[in-house]
Design a protein around this ligand. Structure first.
Ligand SMILES: Cc1cc2nc3c(=O)[nH]c(=O)nc-3n(C[C@H](O)[C@H](O)[C@H](O)COP(=O)(O)OP(=O)(O)OC[C@H]3O[C@@H](n4cnc5c(N)ncnc54)[C@H](O)[C@@H]3O)c2cc1C
Length: 321
């Protein structure tokens, strides 16, 4: 079986990003999932072990200078592609990894499919699946030449591989010398809540301009907490200062694909839908019956969110008891 290289994101402490298991599982549908762990010596061993635990059949490890942005990872990817000649290279559709794959595509002149919701194999080779027109269609695209590079939307594939014995294969990376920004310093911030991370969350509750103020956004958070969900927002809510930009869902924010997505006071502009339309079940609360969000909602409630949401919270709390 041919290799599929999976670029895994290693967090500063050596843990792998929450998207890793879904990436490896998607890779296994097409070939042999081979993880690439590009990390400094201090965290490499832990990350490689975690990759095998999540089902990587082999783990390619490369020493990279983490003080430089993206280019060292692209150098490692180029070395891995040269060594494995894979059919597919897969990474998360996250800011850093999609940057890395785009640069790799430009450097090696390979085809790139971004924000795919699945990968498969037909008689001619690897096929990338995209969600189109508000999630109404899944369209397939395939490269006409070379290794396909693809970024997978976080959360669309759930990890279900069994752990593998660790087979670590260090690879030699020749630095390309391509200029890159250098990180002079960084400070780690601790998320001020115990809510799940938006990327990869199983349930997301998002608020839009209709929520009206930063103070009233507490209602969105309250519903999220009752459901154990992550909190998201439309760009209008972010621009109005109700929530930080990290909560933005959509074309220029985070793409999510939870089992449950609840949109509160969000009209459903195409740019917002682009980031959430592949959710399993979409629930929308909006006072405008014509709001486009209802076109893709599985359950729609036309009403004032300040009337509907407190009732929803009480009903859910009563159900829990
Ligand atoms: C290049 C580009 C990129 C963009 N990227 C993104 C992106 O990543 N994510 C994103 O979200 N947007 C993005 N946008 C912006 C997008 O076009 C919309 O402007 C935005 O999504 C609107 O946010 P909204 O639905 O919260 O606000 P609105 O469109 O103003 O909708 C508010 C909704 O709340 C309802 N409402 C008001 N009060 C209540 C109430 N009390 N109870 C119930 N309902 C109520 C209204 O009926 C309305 O439907 C982008 C735009 C551009 C041009």
């Amino acid at each position: 079986m041919s290799a599929v290289i999976v670029l895994l994101e290693v967090l500063p402490g050596g843990a792998l990003s929450a998207t890793s298991s879904g990436l490896l599982t998607a890779a296994a549908r097409v070939g042999e999932p081979v993880a690439l762990v590009a990390a400094p010596a201090a965290t490499r061993a832990a990350a490689a072990a975690a990759a095998a635990e999540l089902g990587a059949v082999r783990v390619l490890t490369a020493d990279v200078d983490v003080d430089r942005l993206t280019v060292p990872v692209v150098d490692a990817l180029a070395a891995a592609v040269d060594r494995e000649r894979p059919d597919l290279v897969l990474a998360s559709h996250a800011v850093e990894t999609r940057d890395a794959l785009a640069r790799l595509a430009a450097r090696l002149r390979l085809p790139l499919a971004t924000d795919v919701v699945g990968v498969a194999r037909d008689e001619l080779g690897v096929v990338a699946q995209h969600s189109a027109l508000g999630g109404a269609f899944t369209v397939e695209g395939a490269p006409t030449f070379g290794t396909l590079l693809a970024t997978l939307r976080p959360g669309v594939v759930e990890g279900d591989l069994s752990a593998q014995p660790l087979v670590e294969q260090p690879i030699e990376v020749v630095a390309s010398g391509v200029p890159s920004a250098r990180i002079e310093s960084f400070s780690e911030t601790t998320a001020p809540s115990s809510r799940p991370e938006l990327r990869g969350a199983k349930a997301v509750v998002s608020g839009g301009r209709g929520v009206g103020s930063r103070e009233d956004f507490a209602l969105v958070e309250q519903l999220a907490d009752v459901l154990g969900a992550a909190v998201g927002a439309s760009r209008a809510a972010v621009d109005a200062g109700y929530v930080p930009a990290s909560a933005q869902v959509g074309q220029t924010g985070v793409s999510v694909s939870p089992r449950l997505y609840i949109a509160l006071g969000i009209s459903g502009a195409i740019q917002h839908r682009a980031g959430m339309q592949t959710a399993g079940t979409i629930v929308a609360v909006d006072k405008n019956p014509e709001a486009p969000i209802f076109e893709i909602a599985d359950f729609g409630i036309v009403g004032d969110l300040f009337t509907v949401v407190p009732q929803l919270i009480s009903a859910l709390e009563a159900h829990k008891k």
